[in-house]
Structure formats: C-alpha cells, structure tokens
Design a protein around this ligand. Sequence first.
Ligand code: FB9
Length: 455
Amino acid sequence: MADGPVAELLLRRLGEEDGGGLDSLGLASALGLDHQQVVGAVKSLQALGEVIEAEQLSSKRWELTAEGKETAEEGSHEARVFHSLPAQGLPQNELMKLPFGKVGFSKAMSNKWIHLDKNADGGPRVFRSVQNVKDSVREKLQLVHQGRAESLDEKEKSEMKKRKLLAEVNVKTYLIRKGNAFSTTVTKQETDLTQEMIASFTEMPTNNFIESSFWNFDALFQPQQHPARDQHDTFFLLDPAEATEFPMDYLGRVKKVHSEGGYGSQGYKYDWTIKEATKNLLRTHTTAVSARMLYQLAQQEAFTPVKYFSIDRVFRNETLDATHLAEFHQIEGVVADYGLTLGDLMGTLKEFFTKLGITKLRFKPAYNPYTEPSMEVFSYHEGLKKWVEVGNSGMFRPEMLLPMGLPAGVSVIAWGLSLERPTMIKYGINNIRELVGHRVNLQMVYDSPICLLDS
Ligand code: FB9
C-alpha cells in the first residue's frame, strides 16, 4: 500500500472528487490533519511515479500568532479583565499586575465594560460597568482558526494584525489531481533495502586525492564563504593551482542555485565566482567523489537505483594532536532511489553498524551544508561506558541533486565515519601515530594482520 494512512486517505478523497482537484490545505482541514502531513503524503506519492499530479501554488493566508492562539483559547485581554473583577471591584494596581492587566484594562475601558473610581477608599479601584460582555475578538479568532477567515472584514483583520493576534503568511499549497497512473491503492516501489541490496554496493573510484573546489564544495551546495573552504581547514595547491575541465552547463546550474536559488530554494544570494570553484585542493572528504558519481548517474538515459561506497584518504588542515593527523581514511556509503526516507537512512545505518559489531544506536539532529536532514550517529560503548559518536549522515539536499539532473522524487541517503577512530578504540591505541605514519611499530602490523570489527 501507499506510504502511511494519510496517503491512502488522500487517494480515497481524490477518487471521489469530480476532477477539479483537491486543495491540500482544504484536505488537511477536512481530515483534521496538519497541512505538513498532507504535504508529506503528496511528496511520497509523487515519488511513486504518476499516481498523482500536484501543482504547487503560493497563496497568502491569515493565521493566528501565538498570542492569537492564546486569546482564542483563554479569551481577549479585555474580557479576562472584566471576568477578573469581583462585585466589590479591584484595586487598579492589583489589576495591573495580572499578565493581561495593562492591555485588557485600556481595551475594556474603551469598550465601556469597566470604569475607574479614582477616589475609592484605599486608592483607585476598577469596577464592572455592565452585567455581561460579548468577547467578539475571541469569537473572530476562533473563526480564523477554523479556516473561516473570510468571515472577518478587512477592518477587523487589520485591527487584529495591529494587536499582533493575526498575521498574513505566504503558504505553499498543492492542487492535487489524479495522475496517469492513478489508483486508490498503490504499491510502494521496492525501496526497502534488503540484505542482498546492501551487499551489492559498488566501490567508488577514489584514487584522485587532488580535487577542484567545485566538486569538493560547490557541487555539494557548500557556499564559497563557508569557513571550511579557507586555508586553515583545507590544503590548497600552488601548482597546479586551478582546475580547468568542468561540465559547463552543469556548472552554470550550480552557480545559479548558489547565487539566485531555484528548485524551490532561495539559494545563498551571493556573487558566486568560478575563480573560487577552480581552486585545486587535497579533497577534504570522499563526498566529492560521491558528487561526481551522482552527476554521472544523472547523465544516464534512465535513472537506476544505486549503492556506492568508498574507503580512502582525505585531508584536513587541522591542529595536530594525539588523535588527529592532517589526513584520515573516510568510510562513506551512498544509496540513491525513488522515495528514500529518513527511515530508510536509519534502517540502513542500523544494518551497516550492526555488521561492524556496533549496536545500540542513537541519532542526533546535526547540520551539514549538503544534507538536510542530517544526523550524528552515536553508539553506547560497553567498554568505555559512554555514548561514542560513530559517524555522521544525512539526505543530500535538492539544491545538490537537482542541478545534476537527477529526476525529482529521487532521494539520496549517505553516511560517513573514519577508519582510524574505530581502529584506535578497538585496539586501545591512544596515539594515532602508533597506528599510521613513519613511527608505527611494524611488529604491531604483523601481529594484527586484519582488523575485524566483530561483536
Ligand atoms: O568515525 C567516527 N567515530 C567512530 C566510528 C566507529 C567507532 O567504532 C568503535 C568501535 C566502537 C568509533 C568511533 N567519527 C567520524 C565520529 C567522531 O570520531 C568524530 O569526532 C570524528 N569524525 C571525523 C571527521 O572529523 C573531522 C569521524 C570522521 C568523519 C566524520 C564525518 C564523516 C566521515 C568521517 C561523514 C560524513 C557524511 C555525512 C553525510 C553524507 C555523507 C558523508
């Protein structure tokens, strides 16, 4: 069946409608769902091929602010002031201490709901002036919350906006219609990764340590002013200082998505320069190779799902210490298919790390310029009795994949870790120079011919 019950509900409603299409916002309201849940169902159905057609529309919509939601639930400040007054009134200074006191007092006074006796015993005192009041502010906000903003006239909306109870927001909605392959029940394409699929990875050609900034950073949607791109993080080459061969049509799309946006992204809005992109460097991650591989994949006549891996040297101009050299071996995995989700990434990571004898995983939200969402991966190390970061991962951003020419609906999950870190932990090595480099005790190499990260 299609992804999740929301997609099934959407397909059923679509099967019943007369051809005019369904508005995603109206559907969310009719189903009592958050609009983003419907948008997620639209995306998952789009990834299955031509089951539905979804045209993205931009519209303005009135929504309650946080204060507006509180007012719709608790009543307007003026109504709450009125209802807080006992028959014998309330000292004005006490009323002003209430969270809604100041605003409520002046509004209730202007509504003539209350009055102030400045000569009362004990100082100025506030009294009710009427028996009951109609809290029309609350009633109008409740109408907007029910999706009936049209019940308010422009003056009322403007007044609520001035009181910061309402805001007019841009909303991206979808007009959803039946696709050429419409059905009220769809079978999800095979994207659940199986043991056989995971076992059939292709090794990426990572024998080029020298890379252009274009493939190492720009193709990954990493902005040219990103700190990782300057000298103290990256080794740049003097000779040859510049790369010269690029797929120029693709480079143009990369330039545009950085500087102006596109594909639904606003981009970074800076003057992207080819000069920066041509700088040669020692690659800082094997993800530069993943970018090259995915670009090649996008040039195929028809997209085919792929799984890539690499284990090779990368170079970082970092402060050297007992656990850091200017280079390390990165292990990287990449899977591209229609409709892959964060759940597929988590499942793949679980499968991958279990194979390394690393279990009890936890995922922590993180940030990478080229993946969204991103997750750091942690595992509880029974020996060290603490949670250890065992890698990083994420879903490559559309701003990276779409300029390459990969079809919409194709998503790519990827992850990485180092080779040295687990080896040092496994063998109880404290200084990385005992594992790699010219000071290594070769007898250690002879005595430990193969590193098996078993359980
Ligand atoms: O390897 C790491 N930790 C690790 C891995 C296994 C392990 O096994 C032990 C037996 C139990 C223990 C530890 N790390 C990644 C996490 C940390 O060590 C981290 O502090 C150091 N990281 C390196 C980079 O630091 C500059 C390790 C290296 C690393 C980090 C991220 C990636 C690759 C290597 C990546 C990635 C990525 C993300 C999204 C898409 C594609 C690639």
